[in-house]
Design a protein around this ligand. Structure first.
Ligand SMILES: Nc1ncnc2c1ncn2[C@@H]1O[C@H](COP(=O)(O)OP(=O)(O)OP(=O)(O)O)[C@@H](O)[C@H]1O
Ligand SMILES: [Mg+2]
Length: 326
């Protein structure tokens, strides 16, 4: 069976006007949060999108589901071009595209009951009413491992992990096809993280969901991702099947990220040469020409200061944007 594209981004750009020190807009400078990103996520797949803070992960997620109006490029969702759709045109598609947020304390109103939180999504799309609505909510709670009779309890009565389960139930309430999971476990205790990832994985299988799963580091998404995208300063540095990227990383930045990840086996840890990333991620405001990683790259050479390298397919869909390979 041929893979069916769920999300297709083509040269996607999302720029924000840069602010001056006084908080005023500087109309000639832009934060290039997402700069010409091209990628496809097929139905049933999970793209793990990783990179340091500020590299544009959340902006890609939010722009992909049209919570922002993109500056340029194209977004196709489930075969439809949604790049310039109006709010009204988007409304019937909204329920197909949901988001789970990083901080379940900030994203759920503590003074609302669980039933109200999940019911709100159901009501917006006019899906169920009355007894059926209550039954659906109880069913959703059970699906994410909570008791159906928690429906009348307030969000503040739950722990972080339980709140994230409520956030997942809210996203599922409208029967989405695609979910942006924006660092859904980063704010939780390590002991809880695996539980939440397992739930997301189970749900994906049962409901045939497609995920864009955002995380800071590669170790977090290893288990759940079919594909990996590595971002650096608004650009996609590497993209490919998860096994390929973990076993055979090509971009010097991906290699550095992988070498920084903790290794369980002490012998392997010894053998693994750590690549220390020097310096901070530069500002995404009007980035200088050339490769954006060059200032921190051990392999930087003359041509890295010239063109910004484009993603090149090295074979089998393993793509890298680096002058070492062209
Ligand atoms: N609404 C906005 N207005 C102006 N600038 C923004 C806006 N949202 C994001 N940015 C800027 O765009 C860049 C990318 O931000 P984004 O939140 O997408 O990064 P991120 O990779 O999700 O980071 P983190 O890992 O910290 O969540 C940052 O420089 C950020 O300051
Ligand atoms: Mg983010």
């Amino acid at each position: 069976m041929n893979p069916k594209p769920m999300l297709e981004l083509e040269n996607l750009r999302m720029y924000f006007p840069a602010k001056t020190g006084l908080g005023l807009r500087k109309p000639t400078s832009f934060v290039k949060a997402v700069d010409r990103v091209t990628l496809t996520i097929n139905a049933g797949e999970t793209l793990g999108l990783v990179g340091e803070s500020g590299c544009g992960k959340t902006t890609i997620g939010r722009t992909a589901i049209r919570l922002y109006d993109p500056t340029g490029g194209r977004i196709k969702f489930d075969g439809q071009d949604i790049t310039r759709m109006t709010r009204k045109e988007l409304k019937p598609l909204r329920k197909s595209m949901q988001m789970i947020f990083q901080d379940p304390y900030a994203s759920l109103n503590p003074r609302m009951t669980v039933g109200d939180i999940i019911g709100e999504a159901i009501d917006i799309h006019g899906l169920y009413t009355g007894a059926e609505r209550t039954e659906v909510i109880a069913g959703l709670l059970e699906r994410v491992g909570l008791a159906g009779d928690h429906i009348n309890r307030y969000a503040h009565e739950f722990s972080g992990g339980q709140r994230q389960r409520i956030g997942i139930a809210r996203a599922l309430a409208v029967e989405p096809k695609f979910i942006v999971c924006d660092e859904p476990v980063s704010a939780l205790d390590v002991s809880i993280q695996a539980q939440i990832i397992n739930i997301l994985e189970e749900l994906q299988e049962k409901l045939n969901l497609t995920y864009l799963f955002i995380a800071h580091d590669l170790s977090m998404v290893k288990h759940i991702s079919t594909h990996i995208g590595v971002m650096y300063l608004g650009r996609l540095a590497e993209h490919g099947k998860a096994d390929e990227v973990y076993e055979n990383p090509k971009h010097p930045y991906t290699r550095a990220l992988l070498s920084a990840a903790p290794v369980a086996d002490p012998d392997a840890a010894q053998a693994q040469k750590r690549i220390i990333l020097e310096g901070d991620i530069p500002s995404p405001i009007d980035p200088p020409p050339g490769c954006r990683f060059k200032g921190r790259c051990a392999y930087a050479m003359g041509k890295c200061a010239e063109g910004d390298p484009e993603l090149t397919d090295l074979g089998g869909g393993h793509k890298v944007a680096c002058s070492l390979y062209v």
